[in-house]
Design a protein around this ligand. Structure first.
Ligand SMILES: NC(=O)c1ccc[n+]([C@@H]2O[C@H](COP(=O)([O-])OP(=O)(O)OC[C@H]3O[C@@H](n4cnc5c(N)ncnc54)[C@H](OP(=O)(O)O)[C@@H]3O)[C@@H](O)[C@H]2O)c1
Length: 225
């Protein structure tokens, strides 16, 4: 069965590169009208550029059926590290509060058949040494996902998340250069952005019409629980 999103309008945040760009491409290929959210880099590879900074986000004018909250940052907050307080605030504001702001805007205008997909992280389940604020922000995102699934389900809006493991992007480049095989992966390799885009496409589609409130692991089996 082919996924056909013709007639659906979508916003993908952080679509200038990495996982967001792959998600935007998958949605465009499925026939959706895609607004590719960017913060600084307006030269987005897929979709129509739309400036959307998590600090003060807005939605494109007109009806919006799909919201993919992908943008995020990964900065260290080691317990004895520098600028600890500022970094915690920045991470929570970007990865959690920014996403909640967008969900709120979407809920105000979205109707039956709408769907939100949040890009969480495996760190949300198991924590991450040196990156406690990041892990906490993504665990908060999982709780936000489940809360809004319950709250918006009666209005016909589904809310789900994906939790990727290591994926080859700018975000992970330095860490993977230092350690190319950070952990055993049963499927035998590090993830690529397209590996995440597929499950997101599924969650956006009518194939997932009875799925809400889930956090779908996309990590090649590297974390099982
Ligand atoms: N890569 C991994 O291994 C991995 C693993 C698990 C989860 N994830 C999650 O996957 C998502 C995408 O990660 P990625 O690896 O593709 O990252 P990336 O290559 O670093 O790209 C991050 C994207 O987020 C945007 N962004 C950052 N801060 C923003 C803000 N305040 N407002 C709006 N946009 C902002 C960036 O826009 P600009 O280009 O304008 O800076 C960029 O498009 C993130 O939520 C990340 O936590 C990644």
């Amino acid at each position: 069965m082919r996924i056909d999103l013709t007639g659906r309008r979508a916003l993908v945040t952080g679509a200038s590169r990495g996982i967001g760009a792959a998600i935007a491409r998958a949605l465009v290929d499925a026939g959706a009208e895609v607004f590719a959210g960017y913060r600084e880099r307006a030269d987005v590879p897929h979709g129509t550029p739309f400036r959307c900074d998590h600090a003060s986000p807005s939605l494109p004018p007109g009806p919006l059926h799909l919201l993919i909250n992908n943008a995020g940052i990964w900065i260290p907050t080691r317990i004895d590290g520098p600028e600890w307080d500022d970094n915690w605030r920045t991470v929570l504001d970007t990865n959690l509060l920014g996403v909640a702001r967008l969900c709120r805007l979407f809920a105000k205008q979205g109707g039956p058949g709408g769907a939100i997909v949040n890009v969480s992280s495996r760190a949300s389940h198991r924590g991450e040494a040196g990156y406690s604020a990041y892990a906490a922000s993504k665990a908060g995102m999982n709780a936000l996902t489940k809360s809004l699934a319950t709250e918006l389900g009666p209005r016909g809006i589904r809310v789900n998340a994906v939790a990727p493991g290591w994926v080859r992007t700018d975000m992970s480049a330095e860490a993977l250069a230092a350690n190319p095989r950070p952990e055993p992966v049963p499927l035998g390799r590090i993830g690529e952005p397209e590996d995440v885009a597929g499950p997101v496409l599924f969650l956006c589609s009518d194939l997932a019409r009875y799925v809400t409130g889930v956090v779908l692991d996309v990590c090649g089996g590297a974390y099982l629980h």
